[in-house]
Design a protein around this ligand. Sequence first.
Ligand SMILES: [Zn+2]
Ligand SMILES: [Zn+2]
Length: 293
Amino acid sequence: MILTEYHYKDFTFIGNSEGGIHTSIAIPRLKIMFDTGIGSPNLVEIPKILLTHGHLDHASGLAYLISQRSLRKLSPPEVYIPPHLYEPLDKILKLWHQIENYESKYHLIPVNYNDLYPLQGNYYFKAIPSVHRVPSNGYVIFEKRKKLKKEYLHLPGYKIAELKKTNPDIIETRLEPIITFSGDTQIEFVLENEVVQNTKILFLECTYICDKRPVERARKWGHIHLYEIIENAEYFRNIQKLYLIHFSPRYRKKEIKETLKKLLPDWLYKKTTPFLTKEIFHKQPLESVPENS
Ligand SMILES: [Zn+2]
Ligand SMILES: [Zn+2]
C-alpha cells in the first residue's frame, strides 16, 4: 500500500484515500490516524486511531494494526469509534485472537459526543456525527489558545503586563478548530456544522465528480458529489486549506485535477488539494470498481 505525504503549515499528513478501496490518513505530530484503511505496516507506530465508521475500506486494517503493535511490544492502541461499533468490533477482534492464537491488547473507546479528548500539547479532539449509510463520525481537532479579552486589546504592552499581575481574568482560553476529518458523509456534514465551516484545514470526501454518477447517486450511497461542493461554495469561505479525499477509483488522477481546475470557483480551487497517491508509475483506473464507489 503506497503512502503519500502532504504538508500544510506545521502539519504533515501521511496516508492514502480512494473511495471503496482504502482510506487512512495519519498526523504524526499529533500521534493519531484517521481510519486504518487496509492497514499499513508503516503506520503501526501511531498509537491513537480515530475511526469514522466500520466500512471495510476504512476499518479492515484495525485487527492488523492492533496485532502488529502488540508483536512489536508497543502500547495497546486507543481506538475511538462510533458507539454502535463497540460490540461488533470487540467481537471480531476477539475472534482474530482465536484465529491468531495470540491475544493482543487494545482499548476500544466509544466516543461521547459531548467530550473533548486530549491529544499532544495544546491539542484536543471532539467527534461529531456525520451523515452516511451507517452510523459514522467526523472528527474535529482543536487547539487551546490563550488570548487577551477583546476589551483589553487596545492597551499598550506595559499596561497589559501590569494588569496581568493583579488580574488574571484579562486572559481567556479559546478552542480553535484546526483540522476536521469528514470520513464518509453527505454534504450536510459541512452545511449543518459551523465548526466544520470554520476549521482551518478540512479533509472532505468527494467521491464523485462526473455526470455519469450524478448527485442523487452520491446521496444514495451517503457520499458527496463535487457539484454539491460547488453549489455550496460559500460554506467554504473561512476554510484555509481543503483536502479532497475518497475519489472513486473510476477516475484518472489527471481527470480529477483537470475537473477541479475547470469547475471549482477560482478562489476555492486555489486552496484545494486532491489527496492523491503520488505513484512512481502511472496508475490506470480500475476496470471493475466497487458498486459504492
Ligand atoms: Zn469509504
Ligand atoms: Zn463508507
